[in-house]
Design a protein around this ligand. Structure first.
Ligand code: ZN
Length: 576
């Protein structure tokens, strides 16, 4: 049996002996004319510079690219040679690159004239349709099957389904997915702003220009706003380059080089010198001091942020509101769990956006702003918190749509998730369904007509019901999980921690903390023991859009095309 399976596979690889020869950018790359990228050819073994001619459209590559590449005879000290040429720019057209038996084709495109003064990209990190419908039910209400209102993220004229796979896997993480939006190029898990090459150094990989760098080069303003650590993958991908998203110290350094006009979120720990309290930096550089010396106003609380927003003189702004991630809205406004007691004056995402719009719109050349509601992803298996942060995203989008409308609609607004989570809304959990105290909680899961409608209190002015522990609450379950105790109840003290480290290093077991919650059941997970939470899933995500250039959003799209929509709106590759 085994031989039968093996033979055709071997035969397939025999057909392309030079398969280890890789050319970056990869085949079928769509490249914005005038955007910079690094060109690299990795040879499978030791080479002499002349041994393998590298041509573009049949001509020597150096003639087409304008200069010769650096030839690395022994890359990483191994018997492998490479050619690398940094900061290449090409005119629109089709380019066939040939290196020995390997070839790739690039499509270099121009954009028409500029359509939008500003572009704002909202990312709900890990936002799944279940979160979206949950937010709609809780913040709008429903009667006789019809929603009593529309979410701002739904109420957009243009919508598309976006495919999210990366260059190395059908499942993406937040680094390569955000990188696809920010550069228009595919990348690999953990990588952003680069193609993931074979060398060990996480900073020498072939780079592709980010939208953050592009807009700065065009003298526009750049804003990066999140409620996760500001150096986490999604925000960092807007402006930085690394093969490893965990290289936080260097991401902060790269932020400093790019100088976003507004940079906000958590993650103070990597801005503080190593010896300072709470610091996670491995060196003694004080990035707070460096940003301040470079003319940034620094704010660390909601109160300071609001003062900065009202101050007409404020130029560049750095806001860091927690050492690590900020807290979600359910903890901040209602439950006071997480790190709220330690950082009691954190702004809401809507406050962050309000100040950002104030400051960025002062640039006469327009701006690009990315806003992430980033904890939706981190609240895997904590659906109440994730749904509340989806409502917060919706509030930020509504406020921004109103802001854009008042300006005469000169701004393209996009709302998208970066990847899905395998969540499904399957009904309600109905404490009233059975009155016998010993009935297992799972018998109270209402499906089909037994689900009925949830009974959350009417939402407050911001769209939040003031409690989640109602007797008939929405039931969202994940299709991927470690072993964990399912309690069928909201976690009212702190965010859910479904699994904790097991006896064997690098493995996780169900968190016994939830074992004695009445009705809790041990669920045997379907993920490897190395996973401590739910995981990303490979379904398409929803993109909605409004404003000039949004008509490009429709049907089925690849995540790299989101970049193209944005740069076309801004005319960043305008050849006219
Ligand atoms: Zn993500």
């Amino acid at each position: 049996m085994r031989a039968i399976v093996t033979l055709p596979v071997a035969a397939f690889f025999m057909l392309s002996p030079a398969g280890a020869q890789t050319i970056y950018p990869l085949d079928r790359a769509d490249i914005l004319a005038a955007a910079r990228f690094d060109f690299k050819v990795e040879f499978p073994g030791l080479q002499k510079p002349e041994a393998t001619p590298v041509t573009i459209n049949g001509e020597p590559y150096a003639k087409v690219l304008g200069r010769a590449a650096q030839f690395v005879e022994r890359e990483d000290g191994k018997d492998q040679s490479a050619l690398i040429l940094r900061d290449v720019v090409l005119k629109p057209g089709t380019y066939k690159v040939q290196a020995g038996a390997a070839s790739v084709t690039w499509n270099v495109y121009s954009t028409g004239p500029r359509k939008a003064k500003n572009v704002i990209l909202f990312i709900g990190d890990g936002l799944s349709p279940a979160h979206r419908i949950g937010a709609r039910l809780l913040s709008k209400g429903i009667a006789e099957g019809k929603s009593l209102g529309k979410l701002a993220i739904d109420d957009m004229p243009h919508m598309a389904l976006v495919a999210t796979a990366g260059s190395d896997s059908i499942i993406t993480d937040s680094a390569n997915s955000a990188s696809a939006y920010a550069t228009g190029h595919k990348s690999a898990v953990n990588a952003m702003g680069v193609y993931a090459d074979r060398t060990a150094n996480p900073f020498d990989d072939p780079k592709v220009e980010t939208i953050g760098e592009l807009v700065k080069r065009h003298n526009m303003a750049l804003g990066i706003v999140t409620n996760t650590e500001s150096q986490d993958a999604t925000p960092a991908a807007m402006a930085t380059h690394t093969r490893r998203r965990s290289t936080y110290d260097q991401i902060v350094e790269q932020y400093f080089d790019v100088k976003p006009d507004v940079l906000m979120g958590g993650g103070l720990a990597n801005f503080l010198p190593g010896k300072a309290d709470g610091s996670k930096r491995k060196d003694e550089t004080d990035y707070l001091a460096k940003f301040k010396d470079a003319g940034y106003r620094y704010v660390s609380t909601a109160t300071e942020l609001s003062a900065a927003g009202a101050d007409a003189a404020t130029g560049k702004l750095l806001g860091l509101f927690a050492l690590g991630n900020m807290d979600g809205v359910l903890d901040r406004k209602f439950l006071k769990g997480g790190t709220v007691k330690k950082f009691p004056d954190q702004p809401d995402l809507t406050d962050q956006v309000k100040t950002s719009l104030n400051l960025l719109s002062k640039n006469p050349n327009g701006f690009f702003l990315m806003v992430e509601s980033g904890l939706i992803d981190k609240y895997a298996l904590d659906f109440d918190r994730a749904v509340y942060d989806t409502i917060m995203l919706d509030n930020a989008v509504r406020q921004t749509k109103e802001w854009a409308k008042a300006r005469g609609d000169d701004t393209l607004i996009l709302v998208v998730s970066d990847h899905n989570h395998p969540n499904s809304l399957i009904g309600t959990i109905n404490d009233d369904m059975k009155t016998t105290p010993n009935v297992p909680m799972r018998e109270r899961v209402g499906t089909y007509e037994k689900a009925g409608f949830p009974n959350y209190p009417a939402p407050d002015a911001e769209g939040y019901p003031n409690r989640v522990d109602v007797s008939r609450r929405i039931a969202i379950f994940s299709a991927a999980a470690p072993d964990y105790y399912e309690t069928f109840r909201p976690k009212l003290d702190n965010p859910n921690l479904p699994a904790v480290e097991g006896k064997e290093k690098g493995t996780y077991v169900a968190n016994e903390q939830y074992k004695d919650v009445p009705g809790a059941m041990l669920r045997f997970g379907n993920l490897p023991a190395m996973m401590n939470a739910s995981v990303h899933s490979g379904e398409d995500v929803i993109l909605t859009a409004i404003g000039p250039g949004s008509e490009r959003v429709h049907g089925s799209m690849d995540n790299t095309e989101v970049f193209r929509v944005m740069v076309e709106a801004l005319g960043l590759g305008n050849s006219e």
